[in-house]
Design a protein around this ligand. Sequence first.
Ligand code: BEZ
Ligand code: FE
Length: 287
Amino acid sequence: MDLNEDTITQAVLQRNATAASPRLRHVMALLVQHLHAFAREASLTEEEWSAGIEFLTAVGQTCDSKRQEFILLSDVLGLSTLVTASNHRKPRGCTEATVLGPFYVANAPELPLGADIAQGAKGEPCFVRGTVRRDDGQPVADAEMHVWQSDEDGFYDVQHVDREVLAARAVLRSDSEGRFHFRSIVPEPYPIPHDGPVGRMLTALNRHPWRPAHLHFLIHAAGCQTLTTHVFRRGDKYLASDAVFGVRSTLVADWARQEPGTAPDGSVMTSPFHTLNFDFVLARADP
Ligand code: BEZ
Ligand code: FE
């Protein structure tokens, strides 16, 4: 009883102290302490508290089976990058991880090496190749590589309401020497969904919603840690101001523009195309 601004924090900590899970006790104690410290330090007014509740309510109301506004909020606050970075500290030389994002689809079609994964998505053709290796240099055969990307209009297949088929995404498997190659399209920069409360918050903070162009990769391989990452296009004007703080300089690569002629897969291209080479290094699960 008679709790005041000096005693309320301790009272809440005590009330939570008998939770069965030690991890829940620990995490909740930190959450309460930091939340109370924030309110004290900011001298939070009742109007501000109320505006915060309304904002979080709107974030929740914007979520449905296709839209996850809370993850978007975590992304633009840098929390997703913080959690990714602190959970994926890798040995030197390993490919860095970055955020998964909301456009991953678990049931993408598995296509053979060399396939055109664009499957009708629009954009300049691009031929991608590289290798998957472990951090001890051994090639990784049969790595399951999920790839997905935006099209020339900056949209993912799942954002096209008029299109049911999955496009510009696939699952590929590296060959016996860890090599992979596929044809796709050049990805373009795109704004994260910004027609909801998170977009309004970005506007209020004088921030833009753009992400630099990138390919997404999620790579599973036996004996290795799963890698969630992107490859970013060098020269993109949003590299230094990614709305979700996902860029790592080691993940920036050249999409080399080629004049019409013979493509790396032997096909004859009558218009310009691009080539991208990128090698992945996976951390071993139990080095
Ligand atoms: C993406 O790269 O697909 C993405 C990541 C975070 C927020 C929105 C989109
Ligand atoms: Fe993306």
